[in-house]
Each structure stands twice: as C-alpha cells, then as structure tokens.
Write a protein that binds this ligand. Structure first.
Ligand code: SF4
Ligand code: FES
Length: 250
C-alpha cells in the first residue's frame, strides 16, 4: 500500500505543535500500526531527520504503553490497542492522521508521547491492599465467590492506557478509576481500605484535573479491554456509601 501519514510533531511540552505529512510507499498490510511507524522512522533517521517519538513496550496488548489517536479515534478503527492494530484496517491511498492522546492532565512530552503519571498518582491514592508479608498463604485460604472473582478479574484487565480519557469530551478518567476501585473492592482482601480507597482515588482524580462523568459512554466504546460502563455505577455506589458513612460518623 502507498499511504500518507500526517503526524503531530511537537518538540517538547512548551513548543507549538503541528501536523506534518509523510508519504510512505510499500506498506505491508501485515504490519502492525507501530511497525509502520518504525519503518517511517527508519526512513527519517536515514535522511538525518528527527524520528517521531511514540510510546510502546510489550506490543502485544497487555502493558498499556501504546496509545495514539488515529483518524480521530483513540487506538484507531478497531477496538483494540494501537500495537494490535494492523495496516490491513486501512486502504491503499489513505491519508491517516496520527495524534497524541489529548487531555489537560496528559501533557505532551514530545510528538505522540504524553505524560500519564496522573494515573500513577491516582493508584498511589488508594489502589492497593494491606497484606501481611511473609510466606504466601495457601491458595484457598481466603474463599472468593466465583461471581466476584470473575467480575474482579474483568475489572483488573484495565491496562491503564488512557484511551477512555482521550475519548471523553469531559476528559474524565472515571472508567479507569472505576476499574481500579472495582477490581479491589470486590475481593475480600480489598475490604479493609474499601471506603478510604474510593474516597482517595476519586479525590486524586479530581485534583489531577480530569473532568466528571456525564454518562456519555465514549470511554467504553474505545476501551481495548471492554471495561463496561456499569463499572462507573459501581464506583458511584461505593463513593456514596463511603461518604454516607463519613457523615454518620461526623
Ligand atoms: S478503562 Fe479501558 S481505556 Fe481506560 S485505561 Fe483502562 S483499559 Fe484503557
Ligand atoms: S505496547 Fe503494550 S499494550 Fe500496546
């Protein structure tokens, strides 16, 4: 395929960015989207130009590092990670726009790389359990109902990619925060900090500048792990419960 890739180029956080068009010939439909960018970068490097900065690590859909807005959609036309998107999803002659995930709390570091450390700080505000260290307990020492285990596992599949934020008109990270709150809140091991977890993580979410959820649902439409919208309802129930308990104590 012969395509044109229009890429957001921005030297650093403070520099002004712009779209730059790069024609690219002989693209195999079997290449992943990131491999296509590798080939483009090889050409740029060979002719002494600055290669395009973009994030990736596992390239198998599990680490959450990759994330580009492709033709206006976070992770592109398939509901998968950018690294699992292949060029067979595009056609000969296509002009493909590639931009970084855009949100106030995700400032651009360079080109297509954004700073997602706001997610780390949300986790630090409650996304953990207290557990005694030492020898690992027997596998069945803490029974977990199958339904809870399955639902907790589904929530735990969130890879913290940030596509939900980039898709949301409010720049909300509620789907991400809800997945993390739900994952631990459904398990017996997550109960001691259940209230402080939801209060702390939602407060940090807001402090980072993410917007509120207004039930638009763009987040779930692009989530590569299919985290369902009802996860946010679950977070809201936990939050209301924790706030009510706080008021009762006051
Ligand atoms: S909820 Fe989905 S889109 Fe959002 S960070 Fe997790 S995996 Fe990515
Ligand atoms: S590079 Fe790890 S999920 Fe895409």
């Amino acid at each position: 395929m012969n395509i044109t890739v229009r890429v957001w180029r921005q030297a650093n956080r403070k520099a002004e960015g712009k779209m730059v068009a790069y024609p690219l010939n002989g693209v195999s439909e079997h290449m992943s989207f990131l491999e296509m960018l590798d080939v483009l970068n090889e050409g740029l490097t060979m002719r002494g130009d600055d290669p395009i900065a973009f994030d990736s690590d596992c390239r198998e859909g599990i680490c959450g590092m990759c994330g580009l807005v492709i033709n206006g959609v976070p992770h592109g036309p398939q509901q998968t990670t950018t690294c699992q998107l292949h060029m067979r999803s595009f056609n000969n002659g296509d002009v493909i726009d590639v931009e970084p995930f855009r949100a106030g709390p995700f400032p651009v570091i360079k080109d297509l790389v954004v700073d997602r450390s706001a997610f780390d700080r949300i986790i630090q505000s409650g996304g953990y359990i207290s557990a005694p260290t030492g020898t690992a307990p027997d596998a069945h020492a803490v029974p977990v109902p199958k339904r809870d285990a399955d639902a907790a596992f589904d929530a735990a599949t969130c890879i913290a990619c940030g596509a939900c934020v980039a898709a949301c008109p409010n720049g909300s990270a509620m789907l991400y925060t809800a997945a993390k709150v739900t994952h631990l809140g459904l398990l017996p091991q997550g109960q001691p900090e259940r209230d402080s977890r939801v209060l702390g993580m939602v407060a940090q979410h807001d402090a980072e500048g993410f917007g509120g959820c207004t039930n638009i649902g763009e987040c779930t439409a692009v989530c590569p792990k299919g985290i369902p919208f009802e996860t946010i309802s679950r977070l809201n129930r936990d939050l209301i419960g924790a706030l009510a308990k706080g008021k009762a104590k006051a």
